[in-house]
Design a protein around this ligand. Structure first.
Ligand code: ADP
Length: 233
């Protein structure tokens, strides 16, 4: 497992390095073309340049997300006792610009202390809350985060009032590059939930979604309650 994680990360690192270089060149020349020739070109040609520049940005985003996905197994921190409310608060500060621009309201109950990798739990909240706000057409996206102790697990719930998901698609969205919506209305790379699934798996938990189209979604994940003696990695 560790070896395949390392292989994946090496592959992603090399691929992203090799992809980044030509991409920077393409982006640079396109920007130059736009700056120097915008006035001489007709609107159609300028539109083509704009599309090409947008594709460069999408590709850059893809490379960053691919690296993040591949690093879950290798760039990890030791598990520690962490206050998940505090981690969520930090995440919400990171997302403040997005939340403000979408007019979103995010609330949460007191969340438990858990034994986990704090950076990865932050990534998890960031992806889930970010999606909850992104996949919403309402004037005020509302997100509520709560948690329940269920036997030997803490179950977390991220509930939104967004567009919802058809139950038959509930499993496939956790696969890499699987997207249900087109990139014009909802930009993205399709790697966020796959990264969440890898993070939860590393913590020996489960992740799933409960939803129906038009009725909002609740993303749920569990983190096992472990004795402090089992802190490892
Ligand atoms: P991305 O957000 O980059 O598209 P994700 O892996 O985060 O990729 O999500 C995969 C797909 O799952 C999204 O493209 C979208 O179709 C669906 N999805 C994720 N979160 C939500 C949500 N909160 N509400 C509705 N659909 C969602």
């Amino acid at each position: 497992m560790q070896r395949s994680n390392l292989d994946l990360e090496r592959f992603a690192a090399v691929a992203s390095h090799d992809l980044k270089e030509p991409l920077v060149t393409i982006g640079g020349f396109l920007a130059l073309l736009k700056r120097r020739c915008e006035g001489d070109l007709d609107s159609e040609a300028n539109r083509h340049i704009r599309f090409a520049l947008e594709s460069v940005e999408r590709m850059e985003r893809l490379i960053v997300d691919l690296l993040e996905y591949s690093r879950v197994g290798t760039h990890s921190r030791p598990f520690q006792v962490i206050d998940s409310s505090a981690i969520l608060e930090i995440t919400l500060k990171n997302l403040a610009g997005t939340l403000h621009s979408k007019g979103a309201l995010v609330t949460h109950d007191p969340l438990p202390e858990i034994i986990a990798d704090s950076t990865q739990i932050g990534q998890l909240f960031q992806n889930l809350v970010g999606n909850a706000v992104k996949f919403c057409r309402k004037e005020t996206p509302r997100v509520h985060v709560s948690a329940l102790r269920k036997g030997r697990e803490h179950a977390f719930y991220v509930k939104d009032n967004g567009i919802g998901i058809a139950p038959e698609c509930a499993d496939e969205i956790f696969m890499a590059f699987r997207r249900l919506h087109d990139g014009d209305e909802f930009p993205g790379t399709g790697l966020g939930l796959a990264t969440c699934a890898r993070i939860v798996k590393r913590h020996c938990g489960r992740i799933w979604v409960e939803s129906n189209p038009g009725e909002g979604s609740t993303f749920c994940f569990t983190i096992p309650v472990k004795g402090t003696e089992s802190i490892r990695h």
